[in-house]
Each structure stands twice: as structure tokens, then as C-alpha cells.
Design a protein around this ligand. Sequence first.
Ligand code: PMP
Length: 409
Amino acid sequence: MSAAPYDIARVRGDFPILSRQVNGRPLAYLDSAASTQRPRAVLAAVEHYETHVHANVHRGVHTLSQLATDAFEAARERVRRYLNAASTHEIIFVRGATEAINLVAQSWGRMSLKTGDEIVISSLEHHANIVPWQMACEATGAKLVVAPINERGELQFEAYVALLGPRTRLVAMTHVSNALGTVLPVAQIIAAARERGIPTLIDGAQAVAHEAVDVQALGCDFYAFSSHKLYGPTGLGVLYGREALLEKMPPWQGGGDMIRTVSFEKSTWNDLPYKFEAGTPHISGAVGLAAAMDYVESLGLAQIAAHERSLLAQATESLSAIPGIRLHGTAAHKAGVLSFTLAGVHPHDLGTILDHEGVAIRAGHHCAMPLMELLGLPATARASFGCYSNAQDVIQLTEAVHKAREVFG
Ligand code: PMP
């Protein structure tokens, strides 16, 4: 949206936590793929809501309840606009990407799957887009089919298309791999499924903070993401679902708000999106997410993406020059994630040494154990960028990795 030059110093100034020290060193926060930090605008929006507005939503006639409901529903409209969904009926607030996928697996899955049916995923999936389907398969007799990747960590597109057959009921794929940073060609993935009448779910947890997402242009049936990876509060996420499909799906959790009438004999369901929102929602979280979306769009998603691409290039070059470093995931189209290993040093030890130097990275299987097994790795170290990451973070990372080599050398 904004055409102004990317002012990284100003952006960093918007994130108070970045000025703190860790272990006596300036913080180089390179774990944004796990959770992003929050700008002042988000912190202020949440504080304002909690200080001046809060009451429970939807049920009250009193002023605060109406104001809280207005704030919550305004946040829903903000999310609709961010995703360019056709209607707020299609925006369901959940706890996170994990819960969004579980909702579809439980509600759509139990309604639609039978023995012998197939769900196509990719080798790159996070556990959140594997395990809910395994549970649905267990309950219905359907099975998971896994589309392969090449040695660069890219989806093998032809092989994926070849897996789509008369038994395929759903394609569920990630938009961006959290472990390797690969950006998948979701528009083509969805188009291939649609041509065959197969619905699609896209796990957008790693995508929404790094590129503009237009669910109508993509043509997906479901799109899931978490607020806390988009500079918003934890404990909140969004499921976008195409209205015609959501209308057919049964609720998956029962309780307040999702009903129209209840008697001891039988209950009837509320309209969309409330049918899928049982219980009191995370109201302040939604307010914070709306502020985060305003913030991100004020910087411009294209500008953020370009900034992160330049950091990825800088980090790829400086880390590659260190003897014993191996980069994992070298896809042509990558988001700001760099997975690597250092010969002779376990990624957890590397993470600990880097932490002593004030560098926050993630070490482990990144909730993608099947992918790690495929790559023959127990774990990797992963540096990941956000809109506030800068060249100094990359320099501090590189120096800390050199230090780790000396310690273990
Ligand atoms: N999918 C992907 C690709 C992710 O990276 C993550 C978070 N690491 C999730 C799903 C799950 O997100 P959450 O834990 O916020 O539900």
C-alpha cells in the first residue's frame, strides 16, 4: 500500500522489545517464524480495549457489551479485507492455525470422508497440517497421500498433479514451509485441484506476514493462519472458509454463541460464522490482530517482502562462507527462513551458544518430523526474519556462528 522507502530504523523503533539486551548483548531476534514481536500500535490497541472497552460480546444490552461487540466485529471485517474474502460470514476466529485445521478436519472431514478416500498433503507440512488429517483418517478410513519434494525443498509439481485422482477428497498444503522457507506455488496447486473438483485448504501460517493473500483470487476453499505470526497477539487465529461449504458443515464444538435455540431434547445452530465459534472468544486478541493488519499494510507487504529477501540473500551469502555450514532448503522461491547445520555441532548446542551472544534462533525439528526424516536430519538451526530484522542481526548471527565453530573446533 505504502510507496515510501522502507525505513528499517523507524520500523525497529516501533517494536519496544528489540531495544532490550539478552545475556548482556543486543538482542538479534531471528525467530519470527515461530512468533513475531508486536509493534506499539498492537500493544496500544489491546491496552485501550482492555482499559476502556472490555465486556463480553454478543449477549449484552449494556453499552460496554455493545462496544466490545462492535470492536470484535470490526476486527472480523478487518480480517475479511486483509484476505479479500467475499463476506465476514467466511471469517471464523479460532485459537490459531492449528485449531483452524482441526476444525476443518473434524467438521468437514467427518462429514465428507469415507473408507478409501484420499487427502493429499506435501512432504513439507508442519505437524498442524498432518496430525489433524491422520486423526480424521483414523475415524473415517480415509488415507493420507504425500506429494514429494526435490532436493532443493521444492514441491514436485507434476508428481503432485499425478496424485490427484477419483478418490482425492481434499488437498491440504502449506503456503510457505516453516522449516525450509520454500514458497509453494499455491495458485497452481489450487487450480489443479479445482479443475478436478477437489476442495483445497491452505495453511497460511508462514505466509500472511510476508505476502498479500487474496483468497478469492487464489480460489481456495479454506485458508488458515495465526495472529501471533502476523505481529498480533497469541491465542488467536483465523479460518477462512468458502461460505457455501461452511454452510453445509456441522459445528465441531458446542456451547454458548454457536446455538440459535437449546432445549434438553435438541439444539439448533446459529448462522455463520458464529456456528463455529463456541464460547467467549479472544476479544482483545481480535482487536490486536486488526491493529497488526493496519500496521503491516502501512509498511506495505511488497516492501516487507523485498526487505526480507535482501536479508535472506545477505544471510545466505555470509553463512555459506563459513566452513562446515550446510544450508537446507535452497528453493528458487523462498521466504525469510534459513535452515542450516554446522558440521560437528548439534543444532541445540549451536542455538545455546548463539543465545549467549544475544542471537535468538530456533533449533529442532520445527514440528516437521517427517520432513526432517526425509532430509536425513535430526534437527536444524533456523534463523527467520520479520519486518524489523536488519543487516546487523545477520552480522551478529554470522559472528556468533564463527564463535561456535571456535568453541567446538
Ligand atoms: N503451520 C505452519 C506452517 C506453522 O509454521 C505453524 C507454527 N509453527 C503452524 C501451522 C501452527 O501454528 P500455531 O501453533 O500458531 O497454531
